[in-house]
Design a protein. Structure first.
Length: 621
């Protein structure tokens, strides 16, 4: 993984390839490369172990002009982040080159067989194995018929090769002897085809295609697209040629401009009042004191019969699920289990037939979440997606779902998707509650509070100056504790994750009461503790936990929702946020936690939008 682009047509491929790779930078990567094909000149490749801007500079020094080409940004899985391991990779004696997203699980046995046939490997990647395998299939196929290969032979070679692969792949392949052919194949790793006039495009998501085409095709698993400058043919492994579903790509599907902000993460933090407003829009039904969703694809009678809910996700989405557990159990009185998707896919838990499974994901491509939903679906359970990306793998494969409408999230560390997920989960809890026991008046009160959320988030952004000053005091710390209770225990986990992700400081989140069962041993004068301590049902309890830290000389940063003399007297620094009901506190508290991580990362000189070792769309285990 992590990003793929491809072009075939009458224009020079390089401008689209470089623009597309720049738009895919948000996914996270460590190296990049492009390959182009020009008649009578063969395949030319330029690669760099670095950023796309460095690749663009290198391309300027070479003659990369050509009407067909592919590009890739790589997030290292097999082999270090080196130029040799960067994509695209050659197959055979420069017979073809390809870019690959995903992981080939049986690459070692395939590589051993290819080595025995005399193929030489220049990289440590599983992707180069696929390139040589396709080349070998093409050689075997054409030798059998004793003739030079044609386009159908190339298609057959790709089909034969991918039939031998075990794992996930999104592949785009160009062939040295066919300047009018590009082949794309998908299994578990997304690919989008863009339809142009006498030109075709392919990318790993829709963002590179905006402004180049308005007509797109989302490839499904086990589909292969044969792209010619004037035609597209889609083949399915089991069904043969299929009629693709052509969709319209909205011109506002991606907005990659910074709009005056220093970083995408900061921009997206400040977009949260609007992104939450978008998540709520049209979904609050005052006439019936409930929420409404158009994509659940189950009747109210069927949903009323749900006796248990499983929420599953990874990373920030898992933290959203923890909040969702509190929300649904309190408002709807339905038992909820929260599962790491990476664990659920390999467990065999007893799950009753009247259980519904929600997969929570920003990208809609998270490999573990997708696999977990597939397993639950295979066992006969209804699966739902809470997702931000229209047309993504999880959105297509789930039985139903809810889009966040948060807009594109470019920063690798999730911000506005998190608060949008929490907003959707609050509405979902309201919806299930009204199906069960929740009164009309109680439903209206919840709607009133949800409708105030965007303005409350705008007010919360006013804490930025105070957070910035606090960051200057603690940016040199090497350890942080984040502590909260009830709804704000997941907030503590998310705050710690944000700090780890972008500042590389070790941080741990805990339920505040659990601190004395081990983590309190970490408390000293150099370890700040961030307490989320707004007024609410557990206020007094969290205050007691705060005093335990102060008694041991630990610095305290407190997040409160009013001028609180008790906390102000005890804490070394205070951040004030607006007062909301307990169940909405995690949404409001997210902003100062995100800003604190952001400001500390800046002071430490970290790359806020592209933190090391991380990818935005995690399409491998």
């Amino acid at each position: 993984m992590c990003g793929i682009v491809g072009y075939i047509g009458s224009q020079d491929a390089c401008p689209f390839l470089l623009t597309g790779l720049q738009r895919l930078e948000y996914r996270g990567y460590d190296s990049a490369g492009i390959a182009t094909l020009r008649p009578r000149e063969g395949i030319r490749i330029t690669k760099t172990a670095g950023r796309v801007v460095e690749l663009a500079a290198a391309v300027k020094q070479t003659n990369m002009v050509g009407p067909v080409g592919i590009g890739h940004t790589r997030w290292a899985t097999h082999g270090a982040a080196t130029r040799e391991n960067a994509h695209p990779h050659m197959g055979g004696n420069s017979l073809l080159t390809l870019a690959h997203n995903g992981v080939i699980e049986n690459y070692e046995s395939l590589k051993h067989a290819l080595l025995s046939k005399g193929y030489a490997f220049r990289s440590q990647t599983d992707s180069e194995v696929v390139a040589h395998l396709i080349a070998d299939c093409l050689k075997t196929h054409t030798t059998e018929f004793e003739r030079a290969p044609d386009v159908q032979d190339c298609i057959a070679a790709v089909q034969n090769a991918i039939a031998q692969l075990r794992g996930t792949y999104g592949l785009v392949i160009l062939f040295r002897d066919f300047q009018d052919l590009l082949i794309a194949a998908r299994c578990g790793s997304p690919l989008v085809v863009g339809i142009g006039k006498n030109e075709q495009f392919v990318a790993s998501d829709s963002s590179p295609l905006v402004g180049f085409t308005e007509r797109i095709i989302y490839l499904a698993d086990h589909q292969l697209a044969v792209l010619r400058p004037d035609s597209i043919q889609v083949l399915h492994r089991d069904q043969g040629r299929v009629q693709p579903n052509v969709q319209t790509l909205s011109s506002d599907s991606v907005d990659v401009s910074l709009e005056g902000y220093a970083h995408y993460m900061l921009k997206e933090i400040y977009e949260q009042p609007q992104s939450v407003r978008n998540a709520l829009r049209g979904r609050l039904d005052r006439d019936n004191a409930t929420a409404k969703f158009g994509g659940l694809n189950l009747t109210p009678q069927q949903l009323r019969g749900v006796q248990r809910i499983i929420l599953t996700g990874c990373g920030t989405s898992w933290h959203s699920a923890l909040v969702g557990e509190y929300l649904v159990e309190e408002l709807a009185r339905i038992p909820v289990e929260v599962e790491y998707a990476s664990e659920l896919r390999y467990r065999n838990p007893p799950v009753d037939h009247d259980t519904i499974v929600f997969g929570i994901t920003q990208s809609g491509e998270t490999a573990d979440t997708l696999a977990a939903l597939r397993e639950m679906k295979r066992k006969g359970h209804h699966t739902m997606a809470i997702c931000n990306v229209i047309g993504s793998s999880i959105a297509q494969e789930a039985d139903g779902g809810i889009y966040l409408h948060a807009g594109p999230e470019i920063g690798v560390a999730s911000t506005k998707a998190f608060t949008s997920q929490l907003s959707v989960l609050a509405m979902l809890a309201l919806y299930f509650g009204r199906l069960r026991h929740l009164s009309f008046e109680a439903g209206l009160r919840i709607i009133d509070q949800l409708e105030q959320l965007p303005s409350m988030l705008e007010e919360t952004l006013g804490c930025h100056a105070a957070v910035k000053e606090i960051a200057t005091r603690y940016a040199d710390a090497t350890n942080f504790l984040y502590l909260g209770r009830n709804y704000n225990f997941p907030s503590a986990l998310e705050g710690a994750l944000k700090l780890k992700e972008i500042s590389y400081i070790h941080a741990e989140g805990y339920p505040a009461a659990e601190m004395k069962h081990g983590p309190i041993a970490l408390v000293d004068a150099d370890t700040p503790s961030v307490f989320i301590v707004p007024q609410g049902t557990v206020y007094d309890k969290v205050l007691s936990n705060l005093q335990e830290v102060k008694a041991r000389g630990g610095p305290v940063i407190a997040i409160v929702d009013h001028v609180d003399p008790q906390v102000t007297r005890l804490a070394d620094a205070v951040i004030t946020i607006p007062k909301v009901e307990d169940f909405l506190q995690p949404i409001i508290a997210a902003i100062p936690l995100q800003l604190l991580a952001y400001e500390i990362a800046l002071l430490r000189g970290c790359d806020v939008d592209k933190p090391r070792n991380l990818a935005k769309s995690v399409t491998v285990e």
